[in-house]
Design a binder for this molecule. Structure first.
Ligand code: HEC
Ligand code: HEC
Length: 200
């Protein structure tokens, strides 16, 4: 085998998520939140014009980091992530549509904190600290870059996602979240979701 071929194969093997992402996102016009609002009209029935999900199974998108929204849409479109028809919906979106829609939703005011069982919330806070969830999701679970905001998110949605990530049914981009969820019990997940939902 020629050295060049070996290099090509190795090149694919070492192709990191971030390199893949940057290629997916190159050669683009700047994200346009005004165009994004118009393009998001078909999302409003479920995710709201204000970015608040219309039922507990539907995630809030308000104040989600733009890159997190874009990346999840890319995963749905590529069928790496499936769920409740979102993979079908994402088929119609171009990269530019995704960036514009993400710019719109990420700029909206964050969802309000929800009240809940104080003891469960405190328990969730302690687990989050012990498991270093904040090191990636931010001190107040506000999210950053490609990492989702959890603060003020629907508790029901968070529980479903954590269980799906733990079981491997939802495959995460680089395995970091998969390992973070692996050791969590159902009780831990309940407490973490209550804590996250109670943050603003
Ligand atoms: C029929 C209702 C419905 C419509 C319409 C809809 N969504 Fe969704 N969306 C959902 C549900 C339910 C989920 C959670 C699915 C899952 O479990 O993966 C979701 C998940 C998402 C997520 C992942 C959020 C996260 O925190 O990971 C994004 C991003 C998203 N939708 C964007 C959109 C956009 C953009 C549109 C319009 C182009 C749209 N959705 C239209 C119901 C809908
Ligand atoms: C090393 C970084 C890292 C750590 C630590 C981490 N996460 Fe994550 N988390 C991520 C990334 C990256 C994603 C997006 C995964 C994907 O879809 O590819 C994510 C996604 C999630 C989601 C899905 C959010 C949504 O909107 O769908 C939840 C819920 C979550 N994490 C909760 C937690 C909790 C709770 C902890 C602590 C037990 C934790 N994470 C620790 C990086 C991390």
């Amino acid at each position: 085998m020629k050295l060049q071929n070996i290099k090509a194969i190795l090149g694919v093997a070492f192709f990191t998520t971030s390199a893949w992402l940057s290629i997916q996102l190159t050669q683009a016009a700047p994200p346009d939140p005004v165009a994004g609002k118009a393009k998001a009209a078909m999302c409003f029935a479920c995710h709201g014009e204000n970015g608040i999900g219309s039922s507990p199974e539907i995630p809030n998108l308000a104040a989600q980091p733009a890159l997190s929204i874009t990346y999840q849409l890319i995963q749905y479109r590529g069928q790496q992530r499936k769920g409740s028809g979102m993979d079908g919906i994402a088929q119609a979106l171009s990269d530019q549509d995704m960036r514009d829609i993400a710019a719109y939703y990420s700029a909206l005011p964050p969802p309000p904190a929800k009240s809940g069982n104080a003891q469960l919330i405190e328990q969730g806070k302690q687990i989050a600290s012990a498991q270093f969830c904040n090191s990636c999701h931010g001190a107040q679970f506000q999210g950053q870059k490609h990492i989702a905001r959890l603060a003020g998110q629907s508790e029901t949605y968070l529980i479903t996602q954590l269980k799906n990530i733990r079981s491997g049914e939802r495959v995460d981009m680089d395995g970091t979240m998969g390992s973070a969820a692996k050791g969590l019990s159902d009780e831990d997940i309940k407490a973490l979701a209550a804590y996250a939902a109670a943050l603003n």
